[in-house]
Write a protein that binds this ligand. Structure first.
Ligand code: SF4
Ligand code: SF4
Length: 371
């Protein structure tokens, strides 16, 4: 029989060696945090993210119970990689000509960088089990795509607690963390769950411009800028466009305002350093970017997910929200764009800029009552 304490140490040692900032082991059990999941799906809060609704043969939601989805899994190894870089937060920048791409998407695609590291740990575990003549070991690595809610297992692996903004937060590193998991058939020694340190704070809920955080720990993806600018295809509902502000890919607000991110350290992973032009990108550059340039600029970048038309749609909406009339000629051109969603969004943005300018012109200048 292998020594599971020894194997647990080996896993954590390997995780450190490949560059993960944190790692831990969670047992496979039906955590109370997962009880909300079927209700959340039934309420439609996952929007169009159909993969969240994947079910097993018996019709159970896979993500609601790892025990059902992967019956052989006994432990979940959770690894976290810090992606923070020494750049300002979105809440510290105010430039009407520029948009915001979420911090996690400035560098290389984390799916590849995290998976590469997970594979090394997985291989070491297999080698160690072979050396110890352990019974056949089963493992599976996932970055975002597994039939589990990673952050719940991250909590039980001691990596961090689930904040009221629904992100994983670590006391020392903050919340700029990518998660990767390895499911294993071994009963490794579990870590202790991380205690919740949100306390009475509600900054993330108060700061969310679209009220997507319906209550502490409860997000409606349909209202979340990250979902709308990345996952949502087609037109963004008009009633929510104002709230999107200058965001063109994702949103960091509920993390930027979090006190635990005030002193979040930077990453040592070179892959997450920003590509040129992606921190505070020029909105007209994105809106008028040719398809070829999009392919070149975002090869191997998470931004590819929103696709060429999606990024341009988002940039055009941000131009409409900018209050900056210098965008009018560009929006005039984009109103005739061959992509109907971009064209419609540009018409909306142009009308918004014109209306706000008209309103300003009609408002009489305040008269001074000073002597
Ligand atoms: S990512 Fe933005 S829109 Fe979504 S919950 Fe956080 S602050 Fe709100
Ligand atoms: S802003 Fe406050 S409530 Fe929100 S996640 Fe951070 S500590 Fe928790």
């Amino acid at each position: 029989m292998p020594d599971f304490t020894q194997l647990s140490s080996l896993v954590k040692h390997a995780a450190r060696e490949v560059g993960f900032d944190l790692s831990g082991i969670a047992p496979v059990h039906d955590a109370p945090e997962l009880n909300y999941f079927p209700e959340w799906i039934a309420a439609g809060h996952a929007g169009e993210m159909k993969y969240m609704e994947a079910r097993d043969d018996a019709g159970n939601l896979k993500r609601a119970s790892l025990r059902n989805a992967v019956p052989w899994a006994r432990s979940v190894i959770v690894c976290a990689l810090n992606y923070n870089t020494a750049q300002p937060y979105s809440t510290q920048v105010n430039d009407s000509q520029r948009g915001w791409i979420s911090r996690y998407a400035w560098g290389e695609d984390y799916h590849d960088t995290v998976m590469r590291r997970l594979r090394v740990i997985e291989q070491r575990l297999h080698e160690a089990c072979r050396e110890r003549e352990a019974p056949a070991l089963q493992t599976r690595c996932y970055v975002d795509t597994g039939p589990l809610v990673e952050r719940v297992y991250a909590k039980y692996a001691g990596v961090g607690w689930i904040g009221k903004n629904t992100c994983i937060l670590n006391q020392k590193l903050g919340s700029w963390l990518f998660l990767g998991v390895i499911l294993t058939s071994l009963e490794l020694e579990p870590d202790l769950p991380a205690p919740d340190r949100c306390g009475t704070c509600t900054r993330c809920i108060d700061a969310c411009p679209t009220d997507a955080l319906l209550a502490p720990y409860k997000l409606d993806a349909n209202l979340c800028i990250a979902y709308l600018t990345i996952e949502k295809r087609g037109a963004i509902p008009e009633e929510i466009r104002d709230g999107i502000g200058r965001h063109v890919f994702g949103c960091d607000i509920c993390q930027d305002v979090c006190p635990w991110n005030r002193k979040a350290p930077g990453t040592s992973a070179a892959e997450f350093q920003p590509r040129e032009g992606l921190v505070n990108p020029a909105l007209d550059w994105l809106a008028e970017m040719p398809a070829e340039e999009f392919r070149e600029k975002f090869r191997g970048s998470p931004v590819r997910r929103t696709k060429h038309a999606g990024l341009r749609r988002n940039a055009v909406i941000a131009m409409g929200n900018s209050g900056d009339r210098r965008f009018l000629p560009s929006l005039e051109r984009l109103s005739e764009d061959e992509d109907s969603v971009v064209a419609e969004s540009a018409k909306w943005a142009k009308a918004k800029l014109e209306t706000s300018a008209d309103a300003r012109a009609r408002t009489p200048a305040p008269t001074s009552t000073c002597p």
